[in-house]
Design a protein around this ligand. Structure first.
Ligand code: AMP
Ligand code: ZN
Ligand code: FE
Ligand code: FE
Length: 278
């Protein structure tokens, strides 16, 4: 079985790519898709480890996008993670992430909180920096008791430290993934306000090939509706745990998986674009 939604410390997960492969194998999985936020920097290490241990890594990414005030995540599978255009685009996203975190830190300083950009950077290590690292720092400094509380009290829209992200649309995210030979999939639609359904056709026209149906926060009713939509629109139903590490959210590695047949269905959708690599 394959868990198609997993984060490492290349973004805001806790495990290194190597550790993740070991853990996933212990869990009994056949393979995982590494889908870090706006980065592919953990993939080479995971593939190297997987080759040594007869495990399968599907190179992926999870791109954050916004549409009509909604945050929408687009997953990309089987991407050419060495593709120059993709790497340039992701580097740009990282710059924008840094910028956003600096703005958040400035807001915190104005509120007399003791935070610095360097401290947040240290939390993120070499990984893709994000609000979870601010939340972890808030917890370390005892401003809040949990990461969840950090989000609820400070970091979500309308709260004192909220800063909007750089906005790429979900359509653009789908195109970025396609241009890197990837298979674009809509992540966790159960987490979005219902109006996401208004853009699904446009996403399909842009190249969307699947929907993340099996996901921790999806009720049986939502799963049923999404499966129906997949059938109607000939989209591949996928699934994954959105694991970030033990103790970060409740998501357990391997708790949501898909079978090899679905992987094969997705592979049929790998597009033939060529991509310049070094
Ligand atoms: P960012 O990319 O910096 O906007 O941060 C997004 C990350 O924050 C994603 O990994 C989410 O899983 C995580 N996140 C969003 N809301 C919450 C929350 N309420 N509690 C914990 N993590 C959250
Ligand atoms: Zn995350
Ligand atoms: Fe997500
Ligand atoms: Fe995720």
């Amino acid at each position: 079985m394959f868990d198609m939604h997993v984060h490492t410390n290349a973004s805001d997960g806790l495990d290194s790519p190597k550790e993740l492969v070991i853990l996933a194998k212990e869990t009994g999985l056949t393979g995982v898709a590494i889908t870090d936020h706006d980065t592919v920097s953990g993939i080479s290490e995971a593939i190297e480890m997987a080759e040594k241990t007869n495990f399968r890594i599907i190179p992926g990414v999870e791109i954050s996008s916004s549409w009509d005030e909604m945050e929408i995540h687009i997953l990309g599978y089987f991407i050419d993670y060495k593709c120059d255009a993709l790497l340039d685009q992701l580097k740009f996203f990282q710059l924008k992430r840094d910028e956003r975190i600096r703005k958040i830190v400035n807001k915190a300083i104005k509120l007399q909180m003791s935070l610095s950009f360097e401290e947040v950077k240290e939390m993120a290590g070499t990984g893709s920096i994000g609000r979870p690292h601010i939340a972890q720092l808030l917890m370390k400094k005892k401003y809040v008791n949990t990461v969840e509380e950090g989000f609820k009290q400070y970091l979500t829209r309308g709260k004192p430290l909220y800063v909007p992200r750089y906005k790429v649309t979900p359509i653009e995210a789908v195109k970025i993934i396609k241009a890197a030979k990837g298979v674009p999939v809509l992540a966790h639609p159960g987490l979005y306000p219902k109006k996401w359904l208004l853009i699904v056709r446009e996403l399909i026209t842009a190249g969307l090939k699947g929907i993340e149906v099996y996901y921790p926060n999806h009720s049986a009713v939502i799963i049923e509706q999404l499966l129906e939509l997949c059938k109607q629109e000939q989209l591949v139903p996928t699934g994954g745990s959105d694991y970030h590490g033990e103790g970060i959210k409740i998501n357990k590695l391997g708790s949501y998986t898909i079978a090899i047949e679905t992987i094969k269905q997705m592979e049929e959708n790998i597009n033939g674009f060529s991509c310049r690599t070094h």
